[in-house]
Design a protein around this ligand. Structure first.
Ligand code: NAD
Length: 345
């Protein structure tokens, strides 16, 4: 047969099962701390990356997106969906997979599940931004929206920012009960609340992570006091926001990549030229983060391709020398590269 079975022709594949093993072998909090550092290192090399707003295909019930980027050495992309109605049908709101390739040959070097990895990287990014912007010594976080992402968010803030207590609220009490149980087992002090107002009482950090395909107002102007850091995760699509415009106007707003965030983030409610600060500039020390104690800092998170790239590279490095991957036969590899047809006979 005209095949050569060289290992180069096989692509390391990390299944959901192997991702679970990998995360557990490292520890979920260590994983997110290390990933936060990896994302920060990549944000500091910002100009090296090819950047484009993600390519989104919208329907009445959700969105499917492709998120590509490259640093000139490696190329990565993620396929991800967002379907708020899915949980009612027993499906995830967000699922994803991703690929990392070598720019030099164009050959894939990793294919991996990214549903778990998206939750880990989103939380790592949130906590990294919190490390730069949240009030010093923050110990309490409100977590509004207690779905799939929520425990990851809380544990990343525990690991990276030293959060000790989380105050949970969800319109569905079953989601809060699930989140509380998981977090108590992980050593977090949990206060389950009956309203969003109650959840934000005494919290220095407010995370909103709800899923609803509409202009929702999880945080109204009168709910938010001075001096807090808002980590707004769920407003990440045109027509899908979480925070009242008046809160945005009282805040200093920080974003990943303005051309994407202005379309998808909570700031879609503001004029196109409204001033925002790019996080890579804060991380490099070229722009100010929190400047005074009464300031409201607002991370308008939508999720950017560079964060997924960092996560793909992190996983690629971590599976080296482990059994946490399979070899996937997804590259045709004829002995004579020009005799592709010969493989069929
Ligand atoms: P999920 O469906 O598992 O959980 C969402 C939770 O929000 C549910 O428990 C729901 O009951 C609750 N909720 C809805 N409306 C609410 C309201 N008004 N008040 C309080 N709770 C409310 O979804 P998920 O996977 O946890 O994702 C949450 C959100 O985060 C989604 O909107 C998703 O698109 C977004 N997301 C953003 C990023 C990012 O990088 N910014 C990454 C992943 C997911």
């Amino acid at each position: 047969m005209d095949f050569k079975f060289s290992p180069l022709a096989y692509v390391p594949f990390v299944s959901v099962e192997n991702m679970i093993k990998l995360v557990n072998s490292i520890g979920v909090e260590v994983f997110m701390s290390e990933l936060a550092d990896a994302i920060e290192a990549d944000f500091k090399r910002w100009e090296l990356f090819d950047k484009t707003p993600r390519v989104a295909s919208h329907s009445d019930v959700g969105v499917i997106e492709l998120m590509p980027t490259s640093d000139g050495d490696m190329y990565g992309f993620k396929y991800v969906n967002g379907h708020p109605k899915n949980t009612k049908e027993g499906l995830q709101t967000v699922t994803a997979f991703g690929l990392l390739a070598e720019v030099d040959s164009g050959y894939p070097k990793l294919l991996t599940e990214m549903t778990l990895l998206t939750a880990l990287r989103t939380a790592a990014m949130s906590a990294l931004v919190g490390r730069h912007l949240a009030p010093k010594g923050s110990k309490t976080m409100a977590m509004i929206g207690n779905g799939a992402q929520s425990e990851f968010q809380c544990l990343a803030f525990k690991a990276v920012c030293g959060i000790e207590t989380v105050r949970l609220y969800d319109i569905d009490p079953a989601a809060t009960a699930k989140c509380a149980e998981n977090l108590e087992k992980a050593g977090v002090n949990v206060v389950s609340c009956k309203t969003a107002e109650e959840a934000i009482e005494g919290a220095q950090i407010i995370t909103t992570c709800t899923a609803d395909k509409q202009y929702a107002t999880i945080l109204t102007d009168n709910m938010v006091g001075d001096g807090v850091h808002i980590n707004a995760i769920g407003g990440d699509c045109p027509g899908k926001t979480e925070v009242a415009e008046a809160v945005l106007r009282r805040s200093e707003i920080f974003v990943e990549y303005p051309p994407q965030t202005r379309v998808e983030g909570d700031i879609q409610q503001l004029p196109e030229d409204y001033p925002v600060t790019e996080l890579w500039r804060v991380m490099r020390g070229e722009a100010e983060g929190r400047t005074h104690a009464r300031q409201i800092t607002f991370f308008d998170s939508v999720g950017f391709a560079v964060e997924d790239f960092s996560a793909l590279k992190y996983v690629r490095a971590k599976i080296e020398g482990t059994d946490f991957f399979e070899h996937l036969d997804m590259l045709a590899d004829p002995k004579d590269p020009r005799n592709l047809y010969g493989m069929l006979s």
